[in-house]
Design a protein around this ligand. Structure first.
Ligand SMILES: C[S@@+](CC[C@H](N)C(=O)[O-])C[C@H]1O[C@@H](n2cnc3c(N)ncnc32)[C@H](O)[C@@H]1O
Length: 320
């Protein structure tokens, strides 16, 4: 139990440090001295946090100043923090509500919700590091210039595509208003507001999408489709067939990016957050290929990133 408590508190302490500007200075190799804490709003608390992190081997104390240890560097790198934020910030409320969800005193979606803004923010980092390259590879050879990104989160994929290609534009659709607000803000900051639009919408109800979506000549759905397994395989097949009809009429390619969930110790936390947020559970490539074979879609190519980052497979799909 002592180990569990220590891990729990360390996770919160690392995330707290990451949210101070001291973290950036330390990550750049600087040591933070007591004098540097003067500008902090609560220097005494920051000092205690640093002392705690030194005890836990995240910081190296040296005569009243602190620098990151190798362990600290690894814990505070961008992707490590995105993983931590995914569980603590995006799914933290859900974990805390587990007792109420178990007894039925609370229902996911009604009384408890994951944090859509935090989910979008942290997925954006993971997407940038691990997934933009395979999506680009999957789109290689296609002459698509207008991508509709379903479950777009914080808009990272579209923003990155537009940065790389001047002829590119896109529309992102997400069920979370917080994610869409973040995506709009980020697109405006990147000076891409005129080439990108983000809207709140349901990826699983194409009949409700604005007509602009139908102008897209490619569609992507990264890390979103498995959520629909909550309604069973037939529901996923039904919606994939709706997408197939769109591909026949307008768009040419659908890039489906899906994580895998292994029933193993390494994936236990991913399993837990999916189960308690009433999502369908992610599946591996064999199960996806079997399901795709029952749809009007044909898988032309599969692109993966074995051994790099979260296990995702990208399926390049066209209408049969
Ligand atoms: C795991 S995140 C992935 C975000 C982004 N595509 C990425 O890869 O970084 C899943 C996203 O799908 C969105 N989502 C879930 N169900 C949705 C639905 N029915 N319609 C649209 N978006 C949905 C969530 O709000 C969230 O932003």
């Amino acid at each position: 139990m002592a180990e569990l408590i220590a891990s729990h508190n360390l996770c919160h302490a690392v995330l707290a440090l990451a949210q101070t500007e001291l973290c950036e200075q330390m990550a750049a190799g600087a040591a933070i001295s007591e004098a540097d804490l003067r500008d902090q709003r609560n220097p005494q608390l920051v000092r205690h946090l640093l002392r705690y992190l030194a005890i836990r081997g995240v910081l190296e104390p040296d005569d009243g100043s602190y620098a990151l240890t190798d362990r600290g560097m690894r814990l505070l790198n961008e992707t490590a923090l995105a993983n931590l934020g995914f569980y603590l910030e995006a799914y933290g409320h859900v974990a805390q509500a587990m007792p109420l969800l178990l007894t039925g005193e609370a229902t996911y979606g009604k009384h408890v919700l994951r944090d859509g803004e935090a989910l979008a923010r942290h997925c954006d980092v993971l997407l940038r590091h691990y997934f933009t390259a395979p999506v680009l590879r999957a789109l290689q050879g296609s002459d698509a210039t207008f991508l509709l990104d379903l479950g777009c989160g914080g808009g990272e994929l579209l923003i990155d595509m537009c940065r790389r290609r001047a002829d590119f534009r896109g529309m992102g659709l997400d069920i979370s208003p917080e994610a869409v607000a973040l995506a709009r803000e980020r697109a405006a900051e990147a000076g891409l507001g005129d080439r990108l639009a983000f809207i709140v919408g349901d990826a699983f109800r194409p009949d409700t999408w604005p007509s602009d979506c139908r102008q897209a000549d490619a569609i992507s759905a990264i890390g979103v489709m498995h959520e629909h397994f909550r309604d069973g395989d037939e529901a996923v097949i039904h919606i994939l067939n709706r997408y197939a009809a769109l591909l026949r009429d307008h768009a040419k390619t659908l890039i489906l990016g899906e994580p895998e969930l292994l029933y193993s110790e390494g994936d236990a936390d991913l399993f837990l957050v999916h189960a308690f947020t009433n999502q369908g559970l992610p599946r591996g490539p064999q199960a996806w290929l079997a399901l795709l074979a029952r749809t009007d879609l044909e898988c032309r190519r599969m692109v993966g990133q074995p051994e790099v980052g979260p296990r995702f497979t990208f399926y390049e799909l066209t209408a049969r």
